[in-house]
Design a protein around this ligand. Structure first.
Ligand code: GLN
Length: 495
C-alpha cells in the first residue's frame, strides 16, 4: 500500500505514474480506433487510399477488434495475478502496444492484422491491470478512492483528445499509416514515462499472488502452451489457410463472451466459497454488468456507424477547411473533462442530503441517456434522408447525452468493481468489468454493420431497436434494484 497522502492532487503520488501511462495508452488506442473503419471502408484508390472493404465486414472487424481488446483484459489480469504482478504486466503491455501501432504504420501486406493483434495483446496486459493498481494505491476505507478513479478517468479522456487530434489529422490528411505511426510514438512516450516513474507506485501491484514456485512454473507452462496455440491459429488465419467470415466470427464471438461471463458469474456465486455479503455484491455487480454491456454497444458506435455518419452525411467544412472525420469524436472526451467534476460534485451534494442514487440507479440513468442519444440520431437520420449533409450539431448533441450517460456509469462502475468485488478476486473482477465492454464492442460492430448495410435507410430500424433495449433493461434494473433494496457493502464488511 502506498502511504503517501499528498502527492498528486491530494492523492497517492503513484497515481501520477498511472495517470500518464493511461493517458498515452488511450491516446494511441482512440487515435487509431478513430481511423480504423475509415481506413477499411475508404475507397481503395487515390493518394490516401483505404482498403475498400464493405461496411458489413469493416464494422464486424471493428467490433471484433474492440471486443478482443477488452476480452484480453481477462487473461491479462490472470497473468498479472499469477505470474507477472500488475506492475510488470503494465510495462510489457505498453511495449507490445507500441510495437502494434508501429507495425500498423508499415504499409505492407499482413501488417494490418498483425498490428491489431499486437495492440489487442498489449492492451490485455495493460488496461485492466493499470486499473487494479489504481485501486491498490488506496486502503479499503480510503474515501479518496472514488475521486482517484475520477482523476484516472480524466487521463483517459485527455489521452483520447490528443489521439483524435493528432492521429486523426495525420491519418486522414497525410496518410493512414502516419496516423497509426503517431499512435505508436504516443505509446512510446508512455513507456518511457512509466519506466521513469514506476518507483512512485511503491509495492502496489508489484508482485503476483504468493504461491509455491513449483506451482508458478506449472502455470507458466500452461500459459506458454495457450499462447502458442493462439499464435498458430492466428497464423493460419493470417496466411489464408483458414478463412474467416468477419460477421459470422463476430456473432460467434459475442455468444462466446456472453456465455463466458454467465459461467463466471455462476461460478462466483455458487462455487467460489463466498460469504453471504460477498454473494449479494456479486448479484449487484451482475446487474451492473448487463447494463454496462448494453451501454457500450451504443457508446462504441462512435468509432463505427456514427463515424461513417459523420463522414458521409454531416457537413464538416468550415470556411475553407474540411475537418478530419475523426475530429468529431473529440467532443466526447472534451465533454468528459468538462462534466466529470460537475457529476462528481453532484453525486457528492446528493450524498450529503442522503439522496445519492444507488449504483443500479446510476446505471439506469446511464442507459436512459444512451437511449436519448439515439432518439436524437433518429431525428438526424430523418433530416439526412431529406437532404444530406446535415449540420454537425446533431452529432454534438448525441455525444453530449452519451457522455452524460458515460459519466453516470463508467467511472462509477470501475470503482464499484474495485470496491465490491471479493478481495481474492479483484484482478479477475476487473476482467469481468471489461468483459462487459467486450460484449458491447462486438455488439457495436454487428449493429453498426446492420445500420449501414443499406445506407441511411437501414439506420433508423437498428437505432430504434437499440433504444428499445436500453429502456427495457433500464426498467428491469429499476425493479431489481428495489428487490435488492439495500446499500451495498464493501466485501470485507461482515454480511
Ligand atoms: N472510455 C473508457 C476507457 O477508454 C471506457 C471504455 C470501455 O470500457 N468500453 O477506458
Amino acid at each position: 500500500m502506498n502511504e503517501s497522502t499528498h502527492g498528486f492532487f491530494g492523492h497517492p503520488i503513484g497515481l501520477k505514474t498511472l495517470f500518464l501511462t493511461e493517458m498515452w495508452e488511450r491516446m494511441s488506442y482512440y487515435g487509431m480506433r478513430a481511423l480504423l473503419v475509415l481506413y477499411m471502408t475508404g475507397v481503395a484508390t487515390g493518394i490516401n487510399g483505404g482498403l475498400g472493404w464493405s461496411q458489413m465486414d469493416a464494422q464486424a472487424i471493428y467490433g471484433i477488434y474492440v471486443g478482443m481488446v477488452y476480452f484480453m483484459v481477462v487473461p491479462g489480469g490472470w497473468v498479472a495475478d499469477n505470474l507477472l504482478g500488475h506492475q510488470r504486466a503494465v510495462l510489457y503491455g505498453a511495449i507490445i502496444i507500441a510495437m502494434g501501432h508501429l507495425t500498423l504504420a508499415v504499409p505492407v501486406e499482413h501488417s494490418f492484422f498483425l498490428g491489431l493483434a499486437l495492440v489487442v495483446l498489449g492492451t490485455g496486459l495493460l488496461k485492466g491491470n493499470i486499473s487494479t493498481i489504481v485501486g491498490k494505491l488506496y486502503a479499503d476505507d480510503d474515501k479518496r478512492q472514488d475521486s482517484g478513479f475520477t482523476i484516472f478517468y480524466m487521463s483517459i479522456n485527455i489521452g483520447s483528445t490528443i489521439g483524435y487530434g493528432i492521429c486523426g489529422y495525420l491519418g486522414e490528411k497525410v496518410g493512414w499509416h502516419w496516423g497509426f505511426g503517431a499512435a505508436g510514438v504516443g505509446m512510446i512516450f508512455g513507456v518511457f514515462q512509466y519506466i521513469r516513474n514506476r518507483h512512485l507506485l511503491g509495492d502496489a501491484g508489484a508482485s503476483p499472488n504468493p504461491m509455491p514456485e513449483e506451482r508458478r512454473q506449472k502455470l507458466l507452462g500452461y500459459t506458454k502452451i495457450a499462447f502458442a496455440i493462439v499464435v498458430v491459429l492466428f497464423a493460419l488465419v493470417l496466411t489464408g489457410v483458414v478463412t474467416v467470415e468477419p460477421t459470422v466470427f463476430a456473432e460467434n464471438f459475442a455468444y462466446f463472451l456472453t456465455t463466458l461471463a454467465g459461467v463466471y458469474f455462476i461460478y462466483l456465486y455458487f462455487f467460489a466459497g463466498l460469504n453471504v455479503n460477498e454473494r449479494k455484491n456479486i448479484t449487484l455487480l451482475f446487474l451492473l454488468f448487463i447494463a454496462a454491456a448494453a451501454f457500450w454497444s451504443g457508446f462504441d458506435q462512435s468509432g463505427g456507424s456514427l463515424n461513417i455518419f459523420a463522414r458521409d452525411y454531416t457537413d464538416l467544412t468550415y470556411f475553407d477547411f474540411t475537418m478530419p472525420v475523426s475530429w468529431v469524436q473529440f467532443i466526447n472526451p472534451i465533454y468528459v473533462v468538462i462534466f466529470a467534476p460537475i457529476f462528481a460534485g453532484l453525486w457528492a451534494q446528493l450524498a450529503r442530503r442522503n439522496l445519492d442514487p444507488s449504483l443500479p440507479l446510476k446505471f439506469v440513468i446511464g442507459l436512459v441517456f444512451m437511449g436519448i442519444s439515439f432518439l436524437i440520431m433518429l431525428v438526424a437520420v430523418d433530416l439526412a434522408l431529406e437532404s444530406a449533409p446535415i449540420g454537425l450539431q446533431w452529432l454534438l448533441l448525441t455525444y453530449l447525452f452519451q457522455t452524460w450517460g458515460e459519466l453516470a456509469l463508467s467511472p462509477i462502475g470501475l470503482s464499484a468493481f474495485a470496491r465490491y468485488s471479493p478481495k481474492k478476486y479483484v484482478g479477475q473482477m476487473f476482467g469481468l468489468w471489461f468483459l462487459a465492454s467486450a460484449i458491447g464492442g462486438v455488439m457495436a460492430g454487428l449493429l453498426g454493420g446492420e445500420a449501414l448495410g443499406d445506407g441511411l435507410n437501414s439506420m433508423s430500424p437498428v437505432f430504434s431497436y437499440m433504444i428499445k433495449y436500453y429502456f427495457v433493461i433500464a426498467v428491469v434494473l429499476v425493479f431489481l434494484s428495489y428487490i435488492i433494496g439495500r446499500k451495498a457493502k464493501s466485501s470485507e464488511e461482515p454480511g
